[in-house]
Design a protein around this ligand. Structure first.
Ligand SMILES: C[S@@+](CC[C@H](N)C(=O)[O-])C[C@H]1O[C@@H](n2cnc3c(N)ncnc32)[C@H](O)[C@@H]1O
Length: 213
């Protein structure tokens, strides 16, 4: 099924999200991306909020983004920063890159929004080298039954439609494990500087690893 474009979301999201950077998001991005090196693929790069945080040891950056407005903004951002990044059209479910060719895949606040998490994670596993890292942060469904029920209800009636396909209730850790990744270096953290209701959600933060051969 072809992904539906979300031009309205792409219009309001960049300004709203940019305000969160100095409240703690930029520091989180910097912490996560600092160890990266080699060939890196970012999926759902949005307007390029991660771009200032890629270290010099990253030798090549390819960023895949389905929304045209985000791609334009990300290209502008890369140019401002003097960062060599190829920003290309595509979706996580069908990545337009070669098998086994990246040292790391970065996904920040993206697995909540992809149409098909299992397909996206299978693609991420395909394009990573053995031992490669899936790095990022994602808000996930709460463990308690009452909260999870509320999150599912919010997703169904309002949240997902207003927020570019985002879901509050996903079991992303389960999906990452199901896709065969080792999850020892993924922690659960609260990110209280994010807006409600995401501030109330647990966040998966860190690195999942594709097994070595
Ligand atoms: C909440 S924004 C996060 C943007 C950016 N990663 C960040 O950290 O600011 C979600 C992003 O995922 C992208 N996205 C949604 N569905 C996608 C899909 N199926 N494949 C790849 N990216 C997708 C959106 O276009 C948007 O850029």
């Amino acid at each position: 099924m072809a992904r539906r474009n979300r031009p309205l979301f792409a219009r309001w999201y960049p300004d709203a999200a940019a305000r969160l950077e100095e409240r703690g998001l930029a520091a989180l991005r910097a912490r996560l991306l600092a160890p990266l090196e080699g060939r890196v693929l970012e999926i759902g790069c949005g307007f390029g909020a991660n771009f200032p945080h890629y270290p010099g040891a990253v030798t090549e950056l390819v960023a895949v983004e389905p929304e045209e407005r985000f791609r334009d903004l990300a290209r502008e951002r890369a140019e401002e920063l003097g960062l060599k990044a190829a920003v290309v059209e595509g979706t996580a479910e069908s990545l337009p890159v070669e098998t086994g060719s990246f040292d790391a895949v970065v996904a920040t606040a993206v697995l909540c929004s992809v149409d098909d998490q299992a397909a996206a994670l299978a693609e991420i596993a395909r394009v990573l080298k053995p031992g490669g890292a899936l790095v990022g942060f994602e808000h996930v469904g709460s463990p308690g039954r009452a909260r999870r029920f509320t999150e599912k209800a919010l997703d169904a009636v309002l949240w997902t439609h207003l927020n570019g396909g985002c879901h509050l209730s996903r079991d992303t850790l389960g999906a990452i494990r199901e896709a065969g990744f080792a999850t020892d270096d993924l922690a659960t953290e609260r990110l209280p500087f994010l807006p409600w209701p995401v501030s109330q959600s647990p966040h998966l933060v860190g690195t999942a690893r594709k097994p070595s051969l």
